[in-house]
Design a protein around this ligand. Structure first.
Ligand code: ZN
Length: 720
């Protein structure tokens, strides 16, 4: 079997090579490098310091990347301070002298047919913004906020900058970033924006953050400003060279919200493909995979690029992660279907770290050896619904309160190895929903009538819907509506939303076993998060929802309710089951998703959600048991009738207390490859099962496969 597999793999490699000549680089590449200097990232650097970039050299960078197995190079050519090429518009980094690193890189890469993509920063304070105050984004008082305004003359300046870079014969652009800041003060109240706003809406801009109709128009205006800027740059580049690729660094996913000026879908699809970032240091280990699925949902059918970095803590810190840690993130991203750019920041003088390239090369070689196993269609039993309107108008300036439910639902699915995907309110349709046997609405507070109609049709046809917390309980401006837009689906009327988040659930022994599996009955447990009391109509009510005790001081408003208080008396049901057409709706009165992402995450709260999925979808194609530290990604290649189960072992070692912000610690770096046991049960007939790693021990009894894996990444192939 193994020989056959090698032959098949070689054949696929040849096929991939044959296609590569015609296909755009970003449709065939799996791994590439992004290389840029360290020293001007905060802007306003010393323009006379000749040590900076003294040895930053395009030829050396290409040679190192080539040796590491990089399929393309994203070359840093411009930031808020300098150009790293001979620009007629921008000052050049002081240490470069007569040299032109972009010319060096393009010339060296040509010999290898390696695409060179220019990394061009558009949004960073520094020397250029200082020299052009007329381009500045301004807060509500007219003060500059250290960013460029997208409605200013800056657009024309950027067009000229891109044109002179394009003239080098590069293959495309990575444009970073299209944000409007990452928090208050917000922009932009400059004169150009004020005028454009009044022309568009016949209305004056709001005076500040008002969260009313005026603010709604203002947010819309901000979103449109970013989109117009992106589209204008894309049109400009492709008008000069139709083959040049353009991608923008994306910020439409959690933890980013309205402040950035991006919506999940509106700002993902304005270029050839979307690029986003991961990194456990900034986005958590769970969102490494979540980000890929989010980007994919935002741009269905298109390639997705994710950038990770070789540094331990951030891009510029010059530290290098251990190989095992690099491998875990890299292979997680690829298993989810992304292609990956590894970010390397050179030393201050532009020198390259040979040890880093050695490790990156080793990781890239592994990817090339496994290349036949990436890019297949994902299998997803559960769709996680993301409502950007709820992000903006329920989350408002605390979007984390909204994200907690979405991310908690994701965490519950990952820990239970239930394959999941992301569904976005901006582009959802009947077809999207039908791909998922189960759809979860995690506290989707604001739902339009069109969305509710889609859910109704989905359930009527046999879909299974899980509703949590206060989904559907807000009007479009994020104000509690006093009823639920989902009442017909829930089969109950909303009586009230509970005022605090320390709410409790108690299950009873009379409930169907799958719904209470591995959760003690007649035992109240905390399910922290928003909760509602319902009056059942057609729904069957199960278990109890209990309100918390409120101390006298809490009642007097002298103490908060952030720290949970113990359970008091029942005020409603824990969950509701409602048959609708051929489908079923399961509504949690509490928020097991929010609880799972919260600081009071108990295992039982998470199991509530997992049990609900298993109850509604008892016979999935693949069911996986493995430690919670192992993530599973399932893909299906229907042509070769092959299911692939990627198993990724995240064994981050324990940390000590941090120097500040105790107890908020960063995870330790993965160093070891642990052995663990996993089982895969299928509801399909399987002809043969193999594992990628020859040392993996596999045994099979009927439809149950047991294995002992020994590596960070394992691929189990099930031929059906
Ligand atoms: Zn402006």
């Amino acid at each position: 079997m193994k020989i056959i597999w090698i032959v098949l793999t070689s054949f696929l490699l040849i096929m991939a090579g044959a296609n590569a000549a015609d296909a755009p680089w970003y449709t065939t590449a799996l791994v590439g490098m992004e290389v840029g200097p360290t020293g001007a990232q905060f802007g306003h650097s010393d323009a006379s310091d000749n040590r900076y970039c003294a040895v930053f050299n395009g030829r050396d960078i290409v040679e190192q990347c080539r040796e590491a197995g990089s399929e393309y190079l994203v070359m840093w050519v411009r930031d808020g301070d300098y150009a790293y090429y001979n620009s007629t518009i921008l000052p050049k980094a002081p240490g470069l002298g007569e040299r032109d690193p972009l010319r060096e890189a393009v010339d060296a890469a040509a010999a290898y047919e390696m695409p060179v993509i220019a990394y061009c920063v558009v949004q960073q304070g520094g020397h250029f913004l200082e020299a052009h105050p007329e381009y500045a984004m301004r807060d509500m008082n007219g003060s500059p906020i250290g960013r460029f305004c997208y409605n200013s003359g800056y657009l024309e300046a950027v067009k000229e900058i891109l044109a002179e870079q394009l003239a080098y014969g590069i293959q495309g652009f990575h444009i970073d970033m299209l944000d409007q800041g990452f928090g208050p003060p917000y922009g932009c109240w400059c004169e150009a924006c004020r005028q454009a706003f009044e022309t568009e809406y016949g209305w004056k801009m709001p005076a500040g953050v008002t969260w009313d109709e005026d603010w709604d128009r203002f947010l819309e205006f901000r979103y449109k400003s970013s989109e117009r800027f992106m589209r204008a740059l894309y049109a400009h580049v492709t008008s000069i060279d139709p083959n040049a690729s353009v991608d923008f660094n994306y910020h439409g996913n959690p933890p980013f919200s309205f402040e950035v000026g991006q919506r999940p879908v509106q700002h993902a699809g304005n270029a050839d493909f979307v690029t986003g970032e991961t990194g456990v240091w900034g986005f958590s280990a769970l969102t490494v995979g979540l980000n890929v699925a989010f980007y994919r949902a935002a741009t269905p059918g298109r390639p997705v690029q994710v950038a990770m970095q070789r540094g331990v803590r951030m891009y510029h810190d010059q530290t290098t992660r251990p190989l095992a840690d690099i491998r875990w993130e890299l292979l997680s991203l690829l298993a989810q279907g992304a292609f990956v750019t590894m970010v390397d920041k050179t030393g201050f003088d532009g020198g390259l770290d040979a040890q880093a390239y050695k490790r990156i090369g080793e990781a890239f070689r592994e990817v090339h050896a496994k290349q036949a196993h990436f890019g297949q269609a994902p299998v997803a039993d559960v769709g996680l619904y993301f409502s950007h309107r709820s992000r903006d108008w329920v989350g408002r300036e605390q979007p984390g309160e909204y994200f907690a439910s979405f991310q908690g639902a994701h965490k519950a699915m990952v820990y239970a190895h239930i394959p999941w995907g992301v569904v976005l309110d901006e582009n959802v349709n009947a077809e999207t929903l039908q791909r998922f046997p189960v759809v979860i609405l995690p506290n989707a507070g604001i739902l339009r009538a069109e969305e509710v109609d889609l859910f109704s049709a989905y359930v009527e046809k046999g879909g299974k819907l899980i509703i949590t917390g206060l989904s559907g309980c807000y009007d479009r401006m994020g104000v509690p509506a006093g009823n639920s837009a989902l009442e017909a689906l829930i089969g109950a009327q909303l009586v009230e939303a509970l005022p605090a988040k320390d709410n409790w659930v108690r299950l009873s022994g009379e409930m169907p076993e799958p719904l209470r599996a591995s959760i003690p009955v007649d035992w109240p447990f905390l399910v922290k998060g928003p909760a509602a009391v319902y009056e059942p109509d057609t729904a069957q009510a199960l278990g109890e929802l209990l309100k918390p005790y409120r101390t006298t001081r809490q009642k007097e408003g002298k103490e908060g309710t952030e720290w949970p208080m113990s359970p008091d008396t029942p005020v409603g049901q824990a969950l509701l089951l409602n048959q609708v057409g051929k489908g079923e709706v399961l509504t949690f009165a509490a928020s097991p998703d929010y609880a799972t992402a919260s600081e009071h995450a108990i295992v039982e709260a998470r199991r509530l959600l997992v049990n609900a999925v298993r109850y509604l979808h008892p016979n999935p194609r693949v069911q996986i048991t493995a430690p919670v530290t192992v993530q599973a990604v399932v893909s299906d290649d229907s042509e070769t009738r092959t299911l692939r189960v990627h198993l990724l072992s995240y064994n981050s070692p324990p940390q000590t207390t941090p120097m500040n912000n105790r107890p908020y610690i960063l995870p330790g770096l993965i160093e070891d490859t642990l052995s663990y046991r996993a089982t895969i049960t299928t509801s399909m007939d399987i002809r043969e099962v193999t594992a990628f790693n020859p040392e993996t021990r596999l045994s099979r009894q009927g439809n149950e496969i047991e294995l002992i894996a020994n590596d960070i990444h394992e691929i189990v192939l099930l031929y059906y």
